[in-house]
Design a protein around this ligand. Sequence first.
Ligand code: ADP
Ligand code: MG
Length: 260
Amino acid sequence: MQNLIEIKGVSHAYQTKAGPLPVLNGLDVSVPEGAFCAVVGPSGCGKSTLTRLVAGLMKPDQGEVWLHGQKVTSPRKTVGMAFQNPVLLEWRSILENVMLPLEIVAPGMAKSDREARATHLLEMVGLKGFEGKRPSELSGGMRQRASLCRAIVHKPDVLIMDEPFGALDNFTREDLWQTMRDLRAAEPFTCVLITHDLRESVFLGDQVIVLSGRPAKTQYVLDVTLPADRKIDILYTPEATEMLHVLRDQIRIAQGRDGH
Ligand code: ADP
Ligand code: MG
């Protein structure tokens, strides 16, 4: 399988008043096409920086980022993004919000086709009947569902999510995980998910990458050898429990707290 994302030896430092702040230090990450890559690591280690590099919003000081066989040197329209706070436009309906990327990426597409695509996605995530509502009329979980639809409506090469479920309560979050898996079963796409929830990383991921503390590099890669057809109960199996233990240990090492 060809790797959709190749991050090779990427190092980056922010220039701050107190001098350079090294954030990434020779980071290597490979994500095969169609795979779901979860990334975990200590707070402040450079995870959000990594998402900006993959999206082409920033250039690394050293190293290279490749997407679909092309070196990333500028912002990519073929990257979908979702964040902890869904940035939906209040003056647009939910349907119009989801259609927005198509207006930008596929201006020639007939309005009826754009509507059909957005309506289909909203139905898949359980928002049928809410198309005409404004964002403020929806719950946080529903807004995040709509923002997921908007992030994939134009069929990007990769969906990058930076802690998208972090602000939701536990039950809503688990519902969203299932929705995410259902979406990918219906319409496969490559994903990079930044999260601090280890259960989330194991439930959603094909691989989990543990980053070291700042400046981050790849510390550990876990292959999630669970069946593709997962329901939430799978997290209670001995296999999943073992993986969660391994990840917890690795995070403690990344935080410099192993053995204490
Ligand atoms: P994470 O998402 O893993 O918490 P970030 O990538 O957001 O980490 O940030 C890594 C480090 O870089 C943090 O210490 C943060 O304060 C710092 N940082 C992030 N963005 C900037 C910036 N634009 N200028 C200076 N420092 C930054
Ligand atoms: Mg972050």
